[in-house]
Ligand binder design. Structure first.
Ligand code: MG
Length: 382
């Protein structure tokens, strides 16, 4: 397939930090994707919470299935816009590698614990995993990914951290944009979680279809599904409704981004990078619907009592684990100790270790080391 002139072309990439012989059957971004899929942080996403803790049931999304859904949506959009699908896919698959156990609550708690030591941002941690923490290759630390893949993974970054990242951090200081492929992965993330959270929310019984009825897109998609399939069971009607909504957002994003690309007269990746704003965007109408949807989910799902009880237990677990490892370094696995006397270095090792845990491993470690029961026994781990 011919790439659009503003797509990232693998032949003009800024390349890898450590140079390597070119792959034989794949291109360099396909190689990145494959390295991501084979890395251990990626496998662990299977046991990390998206919104619902793993042991609430096997039917809900995990970080892994979320990442796969993001990749699928992102890839479709990239193809429609003539962009680099392989790069988009690699970024999407890697975008949540740095997530802590227990979803957003875990990340927030770890960030608080790390505040005196430079904080914890899951984006930056994703980059740290692919740049340093994966230990699979004798020639280098991390996965030695291409510049554009690493750039796409680093969605946001504080200025002080950006200064330490050289060319990769530059755009956070000068206000430039990442590639369109990275912009797509970012919005595909939001499209994916809004819709799968509706699906999981309804499945769990925490959300009711009535909670979503005030949302115009949901209401019209539901009415349309009922009209088209008057005899279908409610489960299929809801799935059809969510699918139709997701399709609306994707179609709007493609159409509107295409228009913006046209009016910005971008003819190269450099033009894209120099734009003051992201060119991949929803139209104003859909951006409004998007925000409305997020508001409903926040009110009815993320702030639900059951979800909050889980989040409180999660935050407490992370804080107590941090306390244990920060005060007793000898409890870290030997390979993670490094024997550093610098407290910032030690704190970062503790954060790396905790962030790398799956939900159930964190709960097990907490039971073993803290011996205070934060988790109801019916959430017990296998
Ligand atoms: Mg995500």
């Amino acid at each position: 397939m011919t790439l659009a002139p503003f797509a990232v072309d693998v032949n003009s990439s800024a390349g890898r930090r450590v140079s390597e012989p070119p792959p034989r059957w794949r291109d360099e971004f396909q190689r990145d994707r494959d390295r991501i899929i084979h890395c251990s942080a990626f496998r662990r996403l299977e046991y990390k919470t998206q919104v619902f803790v793993n042991h609430e049931g096997d039917m809900f999304r995990t970080r892994l299935t979320h990442s796969l859904e993001v990749a699928q949506i992102a890839r479709s959009i990239a193809r429609a816009l003539g962009l680099n699908e392989d790069l988009t896919e690699a970024i999407a698959l890697a975008h949540d590698l740095g997530h802590t156990p227990f979803g957003h609550a875990g990340q927030k708690a770890l960030n608080q614990c790390m505040r005196p030591f430079g904080g914890f941002e899951h984006n930056l941690h994703s980059l740290r995993i692919v740049d340093r923490l994966e230990r699979r290759y004798p020639e280098f630390c991390g996965l030695n990914l291409m510049f554009e893949t690493r750039e796409g993974i680093l969605k946001t970054c504080r200025a002080d951290h950006a200064r330490e990242l050289g060319p990769l951090g530059e755009r956070f200081l000068s206000g430039g944009q990442p590639s369109l492929e990275a912009q797509i992965a970012n919005l595909a993330d939001e499209i994916a979680y809004n819709h799968h959270d509706i699906d999981d929310g309804l499945r769990s019984g925490i959300l009711e279809p009535d909670d979503l009825a005030p949302h115009p897109l949901f209401a019209s998609a539901l009415a349309e599904s009922n009209k088209l399939y008057p005899d279908a069971e409610p489960k299929r009607i809801l799935a059809t409704t969510i699918r139709a909504m997701l399709g609306e957002f994707v179609n709007d994003l493609i159409a509107f981004s295409r228009r913006r690309l046209g009016s910005a007269r971008c003819t190269s990746v450099e033009d894209v990078r120099a734009c003051p704003d992201s060119l991949v965007a929803f139209s104003d109408d859909l951006a409004l619907e998007h925000r409305r949807l997020k508001r409903i989910l926040r009110r009815k799902l993320y702030n639900n009592e059951r979800v909050r009880a889980f989040n409180d237990a999660a935050a407490q677990t992370v804080r107590e684990l941090f306390e244990v490892f920060i005060t007793r370094p000898q409890l870290l696995p030997v390979e993670d100790r490094k024997g550093s006397r610098d407290e910032n270095v030690h704190a970062r090792l503790v954060a790396d270790y905790i962030a790398g845990m799956t939900d159930r491993f964190a709960i097990q470690e907490h039971r073993r080391l803290v011996q205070i029961e934060r988790w109801p026994r019916d959430w017990s781990v296998a």
